[in-house]
Design a protein around this ligand. Structure first.
Ligand code: 8YV
Length: 308
């Protein structure tokens, strides 16, 4: 008899096949549909953004492991997991480069108007109408909110573009040699481009607020590859509309997949559907870690990349 697991977010076909080979996989639709199978489900595979909704966690009395296909743990209640003895794993390391690449991609796309230029060519406007100039990326001052693995990978890439690097985090990392700002508003004031690479969760909710956006300023660029929850989205829309913030490149949003309509009308905004880790190579490596963590737990072996 194969053990039962719940899959909360689709994964690559190869990964889902590996799961189907080892488990009876229940693909999540809604909590009501879990009735009847709930007591047999011992494992969950899910995405970082989706996590495990509290009512799903509560509906599974025998749940023993949550394998997150991502690094964010903000959508899983880790306290409940600890209380119930549920193990939680993530996929650290393997997605760092892709997420950092996306940050640089959004910087380039936003500052150089890549999406605007693409739309201009497709619309047949080339040769008929002028196109606004972009802005230089090389040498701009980069501020990074959250100097974890991803933040550091973004810094390295920024340095290759000749950017001086500064950051804000809950503590200083003197060994990095980057300029530390204990105050996020100060970091924004000192930056041309502010990149959000901080974890989501209660501690970071809406910390990129109106004051931070104003400090970044009318020529400033905000890039977010972390979590929508870190940025006050209403304040962001208002700042872009008022011109108190220059531009934004966004991969994540407060209420995904909802994106505020106002953002879709702005040429100084580049939008992506939460896909900084969405490459074939990285999603295979992430999925492989999910599969191996689940296998280790069901075999009673040590987990590869546990967070709880
Ligand atoms: C993924 C993420 O898009 O790592 C995370 O926490 O949000 C992203 O890498 C996601 O986990 C896949 O759903």
């Amino acid at each position: 008899m194969k053990p039962d697991i719940l899959l909360l977010e689709p994964m690559m076909p190869q990964i889902e096949k590996a799961l189907d080979d080892a488990y009876t996989v229940h693909r999540f639709t809604d909590v009501a549909a879990l009735k009847g199978v709930a007591s047999s489900i011992r494992g969950i595979a899910t995405g970082g953004g989706v996590g495990v909704p509290p009512d799903v966690m509560a509906a599974l009395p025998e749940l023993g492991i949550v394998a997150i296909n991502g690094i964010g743990t903000d959508a899983v209640d880790l306290n409940v997991a600890r209380e119930r003895g549920i193990r939680v794993t993530t996929t650290p390391g393997v997605l760092t480069a892709d997420v950092a690449d996306m940050a640089l991609g959004l910087i380039l796309a936003t500052c150089r108007g890549l999406a605007v230029g693409d739309r201009y060519v497709r619309a047949g406007s080339w040769g008929t109408a002028p196109l606004a100039l972009g802005h230089t990326v090389t040498g701009q001052k980069m501020g990074i909110l959250g100097l974890g693995q991803v933040g550091r990978a973004i810094a390295v890439r920024g340095q290759a573009f000749g950017m001086p690097i500064a950051y804000h985090d809950i503590r200083e990392f003197p060994e990095t040699g980057y300029t530390y700002h204990a105050d996020l508003v100060e970091l924004a004031r000192a930056s041309d481009i502010l990149v959000v690479a901080a974890s989501g969760g209660a501690q970071s909710r809406n910390i990129v607020n109106q004051a931070v956006l104003e400090a970044l300023g009318p020529e400033g660029v905000l890039v977010n590859v972390a979590r929508g929850s870190v940025v006050d989205e209403e304040a962001l829309v208002a700042a872009l509309q008022a011109g108190t913030l220059g531009a934004a490149g966004l991969d994540v949003f407060q209420h995904e997949p909802h994106v505020p309509d106002a953002l879709k009308t702005m040429d100084n905004v580049v939008l992506q559907p939460h896909r900084a880790s969405a490459t074939v190579e990285t999603r295979l490596a992430m999925g492989d870690l999910v599969v191996r963590n689940l296998a280790a737990w069901f075999a009673g072996e040590s987990l590869l990349t546990p967070v709880v």
